[in-house]
Design a binder for this molecule. Sequence first.
Ligand SMILES: CSC[C@H]1O[C@@H](n2cnc3c(O)ncnc32)[C@H](O)[C@@H]1O
Ligand SMILES: [Zn+2]
Length: 427
Amino acid sequence: MGVLIKNGIMPNGKRGTIYIEDNRIEDINGEIRKDDFVINAQDKLILPAFYNTHTHLPMTFLRGIAEDMWLKDWLERVVWPAEKYINREYVYWGAMLGGLELIRSGIAAVADMYFFMDSVAKALELLGLRGVLGTTIFEFPSPDAKTPEEAFKIVERLVKKYKNHELIKPSIAPHSIYSCNLEILQQAKEIADRYGLLIQIHLSETRWEVYEVQKRYGKRPVELLESIGFLDKNLLSAHAVWLTKAEIKTLAKYGVKVSHNPISNLKLASGGVMPYPEMKEYGVLVTLGTDGVASNNSFDMFEEMKVFAISQKNHRWDPTIAKAEEVFKVATENGAKALGFKAGRIEKGYLADLMIIDINRPHLKPFYDPITLAVYSMRAGDVDGLIVNGKPLMLNKEILVVNEEKTIEKAEKKALKLYEKIVGVVK
Ligand SMILES: CSC[C@H]1O[C@@H](n2cnc3c(O)ncnc32)[C@H](O)[C@@H]1O
Ligand SMILES: [Zn+2]
């Protein structure tokens, strides 16, 4: 049995029907089949769902506890001391809470980096969401691995467990150049090559990071990664703010993908604004991410799109930079491409990852152009439904996959328990 979405408004502003068979879009505006699961999208807009390419889902637990700080202090004085207390159970409930927020925000997939990624996988599988899940590698002990070798073993276990899984793709996530020595980065790359994994890393997020890398190695971050053979098309670098033109050309040469996280960068005052025009000019695939909610503080990709567009325009004194249509593509199709999924467009043969928007709201009228409205006027709260891999996860604002109220209650209890433990530890 397929799923039929009828009477909906399509991204081009015209009404249409979408027929989903299994997990793909089988037909658009074709004949109406009988006995299908029918979604009446009268007066609703259907858009491709978002691909959020940089998150730390379980960090919902730390939302609001480390505010108004420099990234270095944020990590060293609050986040890392707090993370010493997390375990598999906290991560599971943090990811469940984060996952519910993803559904309500129209997000079908995340590229996530954290610890105890088996718990994140369990939560996403239950909720029906996609995840490219990167186990974090540090040169120092992490919450789930005393050594990098232990973390590599965790990655290998996840690779075996989730081989050919429809929703979950294991990945490896050396945290950054400043927290992983070169030998560890090379070992991570070897494992990624062996299993065909995406590598996720924080790269050139702050000026401090660039100075630190230059001090240690006499090279800028991208130059250093090139010199150790780390760059290729399976690398997804988060942030990538502090880059020279030569470094951007190098990223383009190796097909490295970038996850742009404007809200996190602005809030942590990482300084600068990601050099989007140059990335576009040299051909780097740019995608969009929120980062974790301890530095954002939400998974709202509508907000992220708007801030991306307006920060670029303002920074270059040019309102023609980052036009709405292009920004929407960055948040959907580009993200899907970077994560290796054929999604992000409403077209026959594409994965059925779709969101349904309630347009009968004052801030969405008059309804002239769906995409400019999506980028400049919509909010996560306008999402009425989400379909991922052909399966409805939310319809008419009702979550269909778990009991939302009970899940929130349980997750909040866990978060408060963790807070009791860490409140005396963080500075
Ligand atoms: C490998 S990710 C897990 C690790 O990274 C920390 N983290 C979260 N957000 C950021 C960021 O923007 N820059 C650097 N590190 C970040 C997170 O707390 C985990 O310790
Ligand atoms: Zn991050």
